[in-house]
Design a protein around this ligand. Sequence first.
Ligand SMILES: Cc1ccc(Nc2c(-c3ccc(O)cc3)nc3c(C)cccn23)cc1
Length: 109
Amino acid sequence: WKADAQLRYCHAILREFAKKANTEFMFPFLEPVDWVALNIPDYPKIIKNPMDISTVRKKLEEGEYENASQFEADVRLVLWNCFKFNPVGTPVHNMGRRMEQLFNTKWAD
Ligand SMILES: Cc1ccc(Nc2c(-c3ccc(O)cc3)nc3c(C)cccn23)cc1
């Protein structure tokens, strides 16, 4: 039951990420980074484990997470990839910081 309650909580966090009010800083993370469309060809050389919120949602819905920690690890991977590729001070880096604050606030509840 414990794991089940945790996983229901994960859905609540994904709903928060998907809220219209949060799109202004969530949009770079909602879908896989399309490094061709974004014209960042070195992305796959720098980021070895791409992750995004749509992939996290699919894994959650397909029961790939046995517990909330595995879910949390993938959300943090989205953030780490963002901070690794987008230097401090860039717009997308700052959006990642806002996503991180939102996640930490909700996750700590
Ligand atoms: C030339 C250049 C420089 C930076 C970016 N970053 C970036 C990223 C991104 C997200 C997560 C991530 O781990 C890495 C990159 N997503 C975007 C989007 C959606 C629009 C514009 C810029 N974006 C794009 C092009």
